[in-house]
Ligand binder design. Structure first.
Ligand SMILES: [Zn+2]
Length: 448
């Protein structure tokens, strides 16, 4: 098999160590063999390819622990109708071109057979998580379930773990727990159906918070806030306070309690199956998430910078989770780009600056996620995190937190699997080369 030399690059190796300058990385038979101070290319004799990489930064291929729409099968833990296969492949292309070499698909109802087909169709490594426990299945069925088939329903979490699922997750979701999924999907769709008015995710979110509060409770209903939110969404005179209350409550509440129960149930399943549980961590689920953190099960607290949190609340909650041994994940969401759901980087930066963030993922953000390297670039330039530490959060820390997700990957060390990225140190999101298992799969920023 091929020998490739990444010649003369700088290296941030994923361990958190300081950058090394001017190294050659020798890859043979899919494995990183040597990392040595750079020497003239001709001294390598017969190799298959010398990749000239002077002025470029080598990092481990990113391991993204929280993605949706990255495998064939029902979308989201609400079992939504599957995306068309070409959209799944386009999503995988996008992750790949962003420097990601492994994704954990946390849609939760994907079967092993569908995952195998996904992996056959794309070079990126897609790993499976399952949310198919009785309560989570019931919550999905109530909230949506439009993409669930007899086959996906029958493929339980226990079977999924036996077939290679590396975690249970995503347990709870914006679609079953009244989070982003309600705001960018279900509420705008129902409002449009009744009024023909198209509202934005943020307008839907404001309506939801006015009706049910950030922590999702019928008792949080605030009539004045609802009137204001209707006005702001251009719905005054089109929907009454009572009508929007009924719409929002009807979408969010039926699945909510059973989805909360699903968190505790899935944690117990994960403990028995000896895999981590990856949960939807948001204002609505924080009490249950904290309770899980007190048990023995390895816990990944997904997107702990969720937009439903207030800043202080998020930091205190994350601190508590971390003290209890949980992995605190932050997601890029649409923080820097679309900003349809998030309103800027304050909370993400605060999670970095406080040292609370352990891992970085993208989540879905209604299909508008920001690249991990873009978020790291902004955060490093803002001085809230050091580059080697941030790269470790997207590589080695993920591999360590979820042992099955990317064994032998996540660090650029001799003997590791050769999943590597070459990018522009001045603009990290400008990924030039991606190598998976020693194969060059992205050249000059395009699929090879
Ligand atoms: Zn979520």
């Amino acid at each position: 098999m091929a020998t490739t030399v990444l010649h003369g690059c700088d290296l941030v190796d994923g361990t958190g160590a300081e950058p090394r300058h001017g190294v050659d990385i020798v890859v043979r038979e899919g494995t990183i063999r040597e990392i040595v101070p750079t020497r003239p290319a001709e001294t390598y004799g017969t190799v298959d390819e010398i990749l000239e990489a002077a002025g470029e930064l080598a990092i481990p291929g990113l391991i993204n622990n929280h993605t949706h729409g990255t495998a064939y099968g029902p979308l989201f833990p609400s079992g939504h109708e599957a995306l068309p296969p070409e959209q799944v492949r386009a999503n995988l292309d996008r992750h790949l071109l962003e420097g990601t070499t492994t994704v954990l698909c946390v849609d939760g109802f994907v079967t092993a057979e569908a995952l195998a087909r996904t992996n056959d169709d794309h070079p990126l490594t897609v790993k499976l998580a399952s949310c198919n426990t009785p309560a989570c299945l019931e919550a999905a069925t109530i909230a949506d379930g439009g993409g669930l088939t007899d086959e996906t329903r029958a493929f339980t979490a226990r079977q999924a773990v036996e077939a290679g699922a590396v975690a249970l997750g995503e347990i709870g979701a914006g679609h079953t727990l009244g989070g982003g999924g309600a705001s960018y999907m279900y509420i705008p769709a129902e409002v449009a159906r009744r009024t023909t008015v198209t509202i934005t995710p943020r307008q839907a979110d404001a309506l939801k918070v006015a009706v049910l509060g950030r922590h999702i409770s019928a008792s949080s209903f605030d009539k004045d806030a609802v009137e204001e939110a209707l006005e702001a969404a251009g719905l005054a005179g089109k929907l009454s306070v009572a009508e929007i209350r009924e719409i929002v409550s009807g979408i969010v509440l039926p699945a909510f309690d059973i989805a909360l129960q699903g968190l505790t149930e899935a944690a117990e399943y994960a403990r028995r199956a000896d895999v981590p549980v990856l949960v939807h961590n948001a204002a609505a689920s924080m009490t249950q998430v904290a309770a899980i953190a007190k048990t023995e099960v390895p816990l990944i607290a997904g997107h702990s910078n969720h937009t439903s949190f207030e800043l202080r609340e998020a930091l205190e909650h994350a601190e508590q989770l971390k003290e209890l041994g949980a992995t605190v994940d932050v997601s890029t969401l649409d923080t820097f780009g679309a900003q349809r759901l998030t309103s800027g980087p304050d909370l993400l930066y605060a999670m970095f600056e406080s040292g609370l963030a352990d891992t970085i993922s993208t989540d879905y953000a209604g299909g508008h996620h920001d690249p991990i390297l873009l978020a790291i670039d902004h955060a490093a330039k803002a001085g809230v995190v050091r580059l080697p530490a941030a790269i470790a959060m997207a590589t080695a820390h993920v591999a360590d937190a979820i042992p099955g997700v990317a064994p032998g990957r996540g660090r650029v060390l001799p003997g590791a699997v050769a999943d590597l990225v070459l990018t522009d140190p001045a603009e990290l999101a400008r990924v030039r080369t991606v190598i998976i298992g020693g194969e060059i799969v992205v050249r000059d920023g395009a699929r090879a």
